[in-house]
Design a protein around this ligand. Sequence first.
Ligand SMILES: [Zn+2]
Length: 134
Amino acid sequence: MKPSRRQQVRERAGHRCEYCRLPQALVSPLGFHVEHIVPKKHDGSDQVENLALASYFCNLHKGPNLTGIDPRSGRIVPLFHPRQQRWPNHFRWDGPMLVGRTASGRATVRVLAINLPHRVRVRQRLMEAGLFHV
Ligand SMILES: [Zn+2]
């Protein structure tokens, strides 16, 4: 992937993870990945419409997944798609905890392990320091 395309994705995302919203400036830039929303193993393309900026932990847990299980209904649903869906429609904050508003939002929080205790603690500390606004 061309460096200019990576830069385009980072700027479009406002240098924040497009799933958990963690600002890239607060962690090592190497900890953020330009990821394929539809993974390459599912024939996802390298075009910018299929790319998103993701924090290390979001990308690690998302892996090649396209779907997750909505913990409320138990149904298999698509993960949040940062290019086709709007973040505020699918998620809201409850302090440092991310809450899914929709089936896709809830499944995404679960599959990407966004509320793992160590991740919540990082957000709590950043919020207390005034560095992370929800
Ligand atoms: Zn993230």
